[in-house]
Design a protein around this ligand. Structure first.
Ligand SMILES: C[S@@+](CC[C@H](N)C(=O)[O-])C[C@H]1O[C@@H](n2cnc3c(N)ncnc32)[C@H](O)[C@@H]1O
Length: 246
């Protein structure tokens, strides 16, 4: 696959929520919010940008803990869900439809959160631009956290075919690792309600050291790496969490 970006509208839609919802339990979102709070040393009153916030599962929880949260995402349907959930929880969050390559704020945020493999959707110039935009959106001394696949583990335990099933509906991913681009490229087949849909997408994967160097080049001064539980990254970590300080 040699396109510059995939059609995010094909990937992030109602089918995405349908197949991922079972894994995104309240308990998991609560635990991830705890971890973000701890790793980013968040405090009530801090201004937080949840970049590619999806349906607001992290934004709304951070707002409930007293942060002033802005959620930016490209998928209006997800933002509608996020707003409804915020209303149900009685929290106020500013939700904005936009592109993470063109963040419309400068020096506004104490923290930026980019969670659940929400980075790596573009060519490398585009991906680096996202990091530059995060730097611009932060105030001096601000901090960011990104949560991604741990490439070391993915490469070692690579599964070229994965099937998720929900109530007889199927999501089938046929993937390959592309060493020359650093991406996993996937052909996704959704079989739902008797309808079949195919589309390609890719995600750039990073070793900690490569992403650390990109973040330092973008303007951060200190970068740390953790596994999914917030302990230092190991080869067996399922996820890679990177925190970066301006
Ligand atoms: C894997 S989801 C993660 C959502 C959320 N962070 C979470 O933890 O549930 C990736 C999100 O990126 C959004 N997205 C895709 N391309 C984008 C872009 N160019 N700018 C902003 N958001 C984008 C999608 O709409 C989707 O909500």
């Amino acid at each position: 696959m040699d396109e510059q970006a995939f059609d995010a509208g094909s990937v992030f839609d109602e089918d995405y929520l349908y197949f991922y919802a079972a894994g995104l339990t309240d308990e998991r979102s609560d635990a991830e919010t705890d971890l973000i709070w701890r790793l980013l040393e968040l405090e009530p009153g801090m201004r937080v940008l949840d970049l590619a916030c999806g349906h607001g599962r992290i934004s709304n929880r951070l707002a409930a803990r007293g942060c002033e949260v802005t959620g930016l995402d490209a998928t209006s349907m997800f933002l509608d869900l996020a707003r409804k959930d915020a209303e149900a929880r009685g929290v106020a969050v500013e939700y904005v439809e936009g592109d993470m390559r063109a963040i419309p704020w400068t020096g506004r945020f104490d923290r930026v959160v980019n969670w659940f493999t929400a980075f790596g959707y573009f060519d490398d110039d585009g991906n680096r631009e996202v990091l530059s935009q995060i730097v611009r959106a932060l105030r001096p001394g601000g901090r960011a956290a990104l949560e991604l696949n741990n490439r070391d583990l993915i490469v070692r335990e690579f599964q070229p075919a994965r099937v998720s099933e929900r109530d007889g509906d199927l999501m089938i991913d046929r993937s390959q690792i592309e060493p020359l681009t650093g991406r996993i490229s996937t052909e996704r087949i959704i079989v739902r309600g008797g309808q079949v849909r195919h589309f390609p997408f890719f995600v750039r994967m990073f070793t900690f050291t490569e992403l650390r160097d990109w973040l330092l080049t973008a303007g951060f001064t200190a970068v740390d790496g953790y596994g999914e539980d917030g302990t230092p990254l190991t080869p067996a970590s399922r996820r890679l969490i990177v925190t970066a300080t301006l």
